[in-house]
Design a binder for this molecule. Structure first.
Ligand code: HEC
Length: 104
């Protein structure tokens, strides 16, 4: 039943995009979000050549010895002065943290 499968898959993708899936964090979605919301200032991936010089590249953050994805996700939920409040959902924050964790 390929049609039913496609419908289910679409529904799953839609809810994942809305950050409503409570399941394990999705690093691939986190990468999409990071490229969309963070790349204006941060270097979010190896193929990105320019960003603001005042911010830490995500790869450097992921490499820190005290890096903790759960802590980072929490940090991302609270706006802080230099960064705009992006209104990330818990799921989105967890996905971005999971993505950054893969950049070591
Ligand atoms: C408008 C520019 C801007 C955008 C967009 C932005 N940031 Fe930032 N971010 C900053 C600046 C500037 C700092 C350093 C400010 C500070 O330390 O208070 C920072 C700091 C951080 C830090 C802490 C860095 C460290 O060294 O510990 C993290 C983590 C971070 N940003 C993640 C993100 C994520 C994830 C996104 C996208 C969802 C994002 N930022 C979007 C400007 C931005």
């Amino acid at each position: 039943m390929p049609k039913l499968f496609a419908t289910l898959l679409l529904a799953l993708l839609a809810s994942a995009a809305a950050g409503q899936v409570a399941a394990a964090a999705d690093a691939a979605n986190g990468e999409t979000l990071a490229r969309r919301w963070c790349a204006a200032c941060h270097i979010v991936s190896a193929d990105q050549t320019s960003g603001s010089t005042q911010t830490a590249p995500f790869s450097a953050i992921g490499r820190r010895s005290n890096f903790d994805a759960a802590q980072l996700a929490l940090f991302l939920l609270a706006p802080h002065p230099a960064m705009p409040d992006m209104g990330l959902s818990r799921g989105e924050a967890a996905d971005i943290a999971a993505y950054i964790a893969t950049l070591k």
